[in-house]
Design a protein around this ligand. Structure first.
Ligand code: SF4
Ligand code: SF4
Length: 289
């Protein structure tokens, strides 16, 4: 009975969530920047393309093991993350030596996914990770539209679907640990630390005597800055990292887009959100009985 209700409410909410975003107070959607939370520096000159990070991520998140481990044929196509795989390693395009880079959520400083979410199901934590609260999610998928890096993925094949993405292993971090991918990388291609220290380290490597790095850090300013950053000895665009997202945070753009939602849609969501909240409260009361 509860599943049927939840499914119904999620369907209704998906229709009207656009308006919900503009109906909710701005404070429900704003996410304060976290300038010096944890992050990861990806040094693509060190990455071996071994995909140990993919396997470690799968194990840490209870996901199926990545396919075709050890088979270089997998690099023939550019892969993207999915609900069942939160990080993927791709081979760089272009000439020169073989280079690889993993991709995952970049844990933006002011995440567009969180600012677009009408029910605060995505949150930038003080520790650095952008985390997901599935109990709040109404399935509107605004986060997927808002993310400039095409990161959040939806479980379309599930009866009760949720959004899935890398959480930077937030629960491991809370216990003083590191993300599973960082801990298991055999080449030290991934450095975990405070973002400010990672930026300093990236610049130290780039400007060291004899350095072959290109003088740019992906994520220093892109999309307003990200907690995961990349350095390379070839153009960063070779790795499929989008260089056209601009330096400003997507927050204002996202907010502007949500504000343009037609008036008729804005009438729907407060009602739906009220129903949703009331029924959740009822569930909680039933659970206590
Ligand atoms: S990369 Fe996308 S999903 Fe990750 S924090 Fe940024 S906007 Fe959100
Ligand atoms: S585990 Fe390290 S070296 Fe291996 S693919 Fe991942 S980032 Fe590259």
């Amino acid at each position: 009975m509860r599943i049927a209700r939840r499914t119904f409410l999620k369907s209704c909410a998906a229709i009207g969530a656009a308006g919900a975003a503009s109906a909710l107070p701005a404070s429900a959607r704003e996410t304060a920047p976290v300038p010096d939370g944890a992050g990861v520096l990806v040094d693509t000159t060190k990455c071996l393309g071994c995909r140990t990070c993919e396997a470690a991520c799968a194990e840490a998140n209870g996901l199926a093991a990545p396919e075709a481990m050890g088979d270089d044929a997998i690099f023939a196509t550019h892969r993207t993350t999915s609900p069942g795989q939160f990080t993927v390693v791709n081979k760089a395009q272009g000439g020169g030596e073989d280079r690889y880079a993993k991709s995952q959520c970049l844990h933006c400083l002011v995440p567009a996914c969180a600012s677009a979410c009408p029910v605060k199901a995505l949150d930038k934590t003080e520790a650095g990770p952008v985390v997901y609260h599935e109990d709040r999610c109404i399935g509107c998928r605004y986060c997927m539209v808002a993310c400039p890096f095409d990161v959040p993925k939806y479980q379309y094949d599930r009866a009760i679907p949720y959004v899935r993405k890398c959480t930077m292993c937030a629960t491991r971090l809370a216990k003083g640990g590191k993300p599973a991918c960082v801990e298991n990388c055999p080449a030290e291609a991934l450095t975990f630390g405070k973002r400010s220290e990672l930026l300093a380290e990236a610049k130290r490597r780039i400007y060291a005597p004899g350095s072959t790095y290109v003088p740019e850090i992906f994520g220093e300013h892109d999309a307003g800055g990200t907690s995961w950053m990349y350095i390379a000895d070839r153009p960063l665009s070779d790795f499929g990292l989008p260089r056209d997202v601009g330096d400003e945070t997507r927050f204002d753009k996202t907010r502007g887009a949500l504000g343009a939602v037609p008036f008729v849609i804005t009438l729907w969501p407060p009602l739906l959100m009220g129903l949703y909240t009331a029924s959740r409260r009822r569930d909680e009361e039933n659970d206590h009985e």
